[in-house]
Design a protein around this ligand. Structure first.
Ligand code: NDP
Ligand code: MG
Length: 321
């Protein structure tokens, strides 16, 4: 059995991960979960998976909630979360807290040499210069969960050496505002921005997708994860979200990874750690597919140029822009 810690268990990636674990109970034991304040969902997870530890980050939660009498150990102090993550019995840590708050626990997982499944792209974007060398030092394996990066990971066929790679193409759905001009964007609402055409995700990444900032973060994430200069990473709009990214090699071959848009696919790949885990999935209907590619919508070039500058400069800075 492989012992797993799931950080961000009550979120969108958390829920997809639980679906994969649920279908592979004979391989994985969920030892601990972390969340912010969603105790009702946490209790459902506790009742089904019986994790030993539950970390709750919100300091204002009511201790009257039945999760406090459910038998699992409730942890609220960050030092205790660190001990849970770094426990030698833990093999896999899934980093799926949203935003910058996910960095600390990603760091602890990598510091302890755990196989770290990174959904929290903000960890890599904000601290790739620290985390990637740390992983090399501790022999922690970082496996990307973000669908584009997991696709690239699969297309690299396990090769760490990217010298034979010519270019990588990261696909973008384009979000709900793909067809809108910069002027039309001035009148969109929060509700409009939260309506992603192809993916069901947490609110922060959905908004980042609507502004295309998510794709900028993914460009930076790819530079760090695959040790490639930004000049060899292209981004194209692919509204169907079927091809999740592709790698072109120097011999002219391009390898792509395809699936219907479900995060369970990259999560299963990452959890498989080289093996192919069985999960239920909706097969592609190739005769019905019409795969198209377009440039990034007009007017959005500036943020991509900013992201490319971040990739070129790396490190941290207050004054590049
Ligand atoms: P959600 O908003 O759906 O879930 C966030 C999770 O993090 C919740 O479990 C939340 O708890 C928990 N959380 C928030 N703050 C803290 C904290 N300080 N300590 C502990 N737990 C905390 O986000 P997503 O699942 O959509 O995204 C998670 C990460 O995965 C993000 O970095 C995102 O960019 C990345 N990602 C997501 C994809 C997706 O399809 N959703 C695709 C690719 C990447 P609570 O529920 O209690 O608030
Ligand atoms: Mg993505």
């Amino acid at each position: 059995m492989k012992n797993v810690v799931l950080l961000g268990a009550t979120g969108s990636i958390g829920s997809s991960t639980l679906n994969v674990l649920r279908q592979n109970k004979e391989i994985f034991t969920l030892k601990a979960i972390a969340l912010h304040q969603n105790l009702d969902i946490a209790l459902e997870i506790v009742n089904e998976f019986s994790p030993e530890h539950v970390f709750i980050s919100d300091k204002n939660i009511s201790t009257d909630h039945p999760i406090f009498s459910s038998g699992c150990k409730i942890v609220t102090c960050l030092e205790d979360l660190k001990s849970v993550i770094q426990n030698p019995a833990i093999e896999i840590v899934i980093s799926a807290i949203s935003g910058f708050a996910g960095l600390q626990s990603s760091y602890w997982a990598i510091e302890a040499g755990k196989t770290t499944l990174i959904a929290n792209k903000e960890s890599i974007v904000s601290a790739g210069d620290i985390l990637i060398p740390l992983a090399a030092q501790t022999k922690a394996k970082i496996i990307p969960v973000d669908s584009e990066h997991n696709a690239i990971y699969q297309c690299l066929l396990g090769e760490k050496d990217t010298s034979a790679v010519s270019t990588i193409l990261i696909t973008a759905s384009g979000g709900p505002f793909r067809r809108l001009s910069m002027q039309e964007l001035e009148t969109v609402s929060l509700e409009d921005a939260l309506q992603h055409p192809t993916w069901q995700m947490g609110s922060k990444i959905t908004i980042d997708s609507a502004t295309l900032m998510n794709k900028c973060l993914e460009l930076i994430e790819a530079c760090y994860l695959f040790n490639l200069p930004e000049s060899r990473i292209e981004v194209a709009t692919h509204p169907q979200s079927i091809i999740h990214s592709m790698v072109t090699y120097q011999d002219g071959s391009t390898i792509a990874q395809l699936s219907n848009p479900s995060m369970e696919v990259p999560i299963a790949n990452a959890l498989g750690m080289g093996d192919r885990l069985p999960i239920k999935f909706t097969a592609l209907d190739f005769s019905a597919l019409n795969l198209t590619f377009e440039p990034i919508p007009a007017g959005r070039e500036t943020i991509f140029e900013m992201a490319r500058e971040v990739c070129r400069q790396k490190g941290s800075s207050r004054s590049y822009f």
